[in-house]
Design a protein around this ligand. Structure first.
Ligand SMILES: Nc1ncnc2c1ncn2[C@@H]1O[C@H](C[S@+](CC[C@H]([NH3+])C(=O)[O-])CC(=O)[O-])[C@@H](O)[C@H]1O
Ligand SMILES: O=C(O)C(=O)Cc1ccccc1
Length: 247
């Protein structure tokens, strides 16, 4: 597959039947554009990941990036850290994503220890790690599978390790939620998406991307064993949390 990247126009023409959203070849081909125009603060979150790694990662420690897509978090780390500062494993269930992430790392950071596994993060055998990144991935798992995964990630983290959990969120209060969602649609419109694109994508994501409240995310992290978690980023209905394992 080519490494070219296109503008996201997937939902720009009327579809008779809007299929469930999936991370297929069509999405992969425009993914960098789609995620930047659709996730408020995406670039800022990636930039901060490196600063968090610089503060919290022991030299040479292992990092997991779960649901790595095209490996953007890995590239951000490689752009800020020396090659011997960390070892990276990206994991993605989508063959098209995994293949292209692998290609990107071999083209753009050949001196870094970076690998990509095509696997389901719910059944992976985890190696000990200093940092685990879940950047907009937990939201795509069935809610019933989320706690068990977080527990396994807590167990895989070394003492003093950190989990970064970024998610689209929902508000428990209906009125607050409606306001946030409307402003999110304004954000998308300002980034060039039409009302048709916004509405068809919303349909495609129904029962595929199932958001938790921010409170529920902290609750899940606590259930998993993390003694402390902090919301370090929030922009409309998108947030990122850091959870700390005891040193
Ligand atoms: N069970 C699963 N196992 C493995 N991967 C999965 C699973 N379910 C979904 N995925 C993968 O999780 C990724 C979610 S996108 C992450 C963005 C990236 N983190 C980024 O920082 O650019 C988020 C978004 O597009 O909003 C996709 O690549 C799926 O194939
Ligand atoms: O576009 C949306 O509505 C989102 O929630 C963000 C997103 C970004 C990329 C793939 C799927 C969802």
């Amino acid at each position: 597959m080519s490494n070219a990247s296109y503008r996201d126009a997937i939902f720009s023409t009327p579809l008779d039947r809007v299929a469930r959203f999936s991370f297929d070849e069509q999405v992969v081909a425009c993914f960098p554009d789609m995620i930047r125009r659709s996730v408020p603060g995406y670039g800022q979150i990636l930039g901060m990941l490196s600063l968090i790694a610089q503060r919290h990662l022991r030299h040479g420690a292992h990092v997991y990036d779960l649901g790595c897509s095209l490996g953007a978090s890995g590239l951000a780390l490689a752009g800020a850290l020396e090659p011997d500062a960390f070892r990276y494993t990206g994991v993605d269930l989508s063959p098209a994503m995994a293949e292209r992430a692998r290609q990107t790392f071999s083209d753009e950071c050949p001196d870094y220890a970076m690998r990509v596994e095509e696997a389901d993060i719910r059944v992976l055998d985890y190696s000990p790690s200093g940092m685990i990144i879940l950047n907009f991935t937990l939201q795509f798992l069935p809610p019933a599978d989320r706690d068990a995964l977080l527990k396994r990630l807590y167990d895989a983290l070394e003492p003093g390790g950190v989990l970064i959990l970024s998610e689209k969120t929902i508000d428990a209060d209906e009125q607050d939620n409606a306001w946030r969602v409307e402003r999110y649609h304004d954000f998308k419109r300002a980034n060039g998406y039409s009302d048709l694109e916004i509405s068809q994508k919303r349909t495609a994501l129904e029962n595929v991307l199932i958001p938790d409240t921010l409170d529920a995310l902290h609750e899940r992290l606590q259930q998993a064993g993390f003694p402390r978690s902090v919301t370090w980023f929030q922009y409309l209905n998108f947030a990122s949390v850091i959870a700390f394992k005891e040193a």
